[in-house]
Design a protein around this ligand. Structure first.
Ligand SMILES: *Cc1c(COP(=O)(O)O)cnc(C)c1O
Length: 345
């Protein structure tokens, strides 16, 4: 097994990070004259805690993860970008992922001038770990896995993920943005087993807070320290932290919403399965599902004309003819189903 230092970019390893005022002074004081803030407009005049300790303690309690194993970012997207910047030398290293999956991994790879090598999922959207591992070479630093996967909705077989975690001598990212909708055991509970594992979670989906832009990465403290080393000093603003704190104090509410969404999802899926012009409804573990139609393009435009926007995924590999439906409120879902039933193919 490679040491973490062998995976990290040399310039990041030797980097002297920025020291912010709030980091340099950690004790308690009455008068803060150290950060060139305004004394007026309390409390928004103050810089926030750069490491968000209080918020991490609350998140850690809900997620069952120690605070030193938590990184918070401006959406999961920040964590994804920082992972590239910590581990991948531009124009030299590569990462491996699969298709079809979440688009941000490849966009971040392109932005960072890092080659993104991708394997194709099986036609039933399951993952063959050997197909993925075949793409790994001496310059592969990170493997990106998404489970439940977007846009296909299915969870990966945990034994396939495990086999990659054990065989790959580098970082394995498991993006569990939709894990709260799934009955599968989340990989964030297995950090102790896998020192090379980074799990991504987000406030944007089951936690119903896409607007505040808060993503989480869970990993061994040594990996979290590297992400903290290169992040912007105050990457999580006070308003976001405050809204997130309020949310984690009422997990019951989100649990109720998840149950409601899953129940609705099963109803909508049954209704779609009944449509004459629907060829396939794919099993899902998420708050959305993929379905295949005779003429997806035309159906997409019809729904749009009805004021209903879904995601056209028909140009993604293995997703020919597929639209992706997110589950809305019961009223919204009823409108969708009525519109689908009225459609003349
Ligand atoms: C929606 C989504 C996210 C969330 O990204 P944020 O930046 O946290 O909003 C992450 N991964 C996947 C696969 C997603 O579908």
């Amino acid at each position: 097994m490679k040491k973490l230092e062998q995976l990290v970019r040399p310039n990041i390893l030797s980097l002297e990070p920025y020291h912010s005022a709030r980091q340099e002074f950690k004790g308690s004081a009455d008068i803060f004259l150290d950060a060139n803030e305004s004394p007026y407009n309390n409390p928004l005049n103050r810089y926030p805690d750069p490491l968000q300790l209080n918020l991490k303690q609350h998140i850690g309690a809900v997620k069952g993860v120690a605070t030193q194993s938590i990184f918070l970012g401006n959406g999961s997207d920040e964590a994804i970008d920082l992972i590239f910047r910590v581990f991948c030398v531009p124009g030299c290293d590569n990462v491996v992922g699969f298709k079809p999956s979440y688009g941000m991994y490849e966009v971040c790879a392109d932005i960072n001038a890092v080659e993104y090598r991708k394997a194709l999922l099986n036609p039933d959207f399951s993952l063959n770990p050997d197909n993925l591992l075949k793409l790994v070479n001496g310059r592969t630093k990170v493997i990106f896995l998404c489970s439940p996967n977007n846009p296909t909705g299915n969870s990966l077989d945990p034994s396939a993920v495990e086999s990659i975690l054990r065989q790959f001598d580098g970082i394995v990212v498991v993006d569990e943005a939709y894990a709260d909708f799934s009955g599968a055991k989340p990989f964030r509970t297995r950090l102790a087993e896998f020192p090379n594992l980074i799990v991504l979670n987000t406030f944007s989906k089951a936690w119903s807070h896409a607007a505040i832009r808060l993503g989480m990465a869970f990993a061994a403290p040594a990996i979290i320290a590297l992400l903290n080393k290169i992040k912007y000093p105050y990457n999580i603003n006070s308003l976001t932290a405050q809204a997130a704190l309020k949310a984690v104090k009422e997990p019951f509410k989100f649990g109720e919403w998840i149950r409601l969404i899953l129940n609705e999802r099963n109803n909508v899926m049954s209704a779609v399965r009944e449509l004459r012009y629907c060829r396939n409804v794919f099993p899902t573990d998420s708050n959305f599902f993929l379905a295949r139609f005779d003429n997806a393009e035309r159906l997409y435009l019809y729904l749009k004309a009805q004021g209903i926007v879904v995601r056209n995924r028909s140009h993604e590999p293995l997703c020919e003819g597929c639209l992706r439906f997110t589950i809305g409120t019961p009223t919204e879902n009823n409108r969708l189903v009525s519109a689908l039933r009225c459609y003349q193919p």
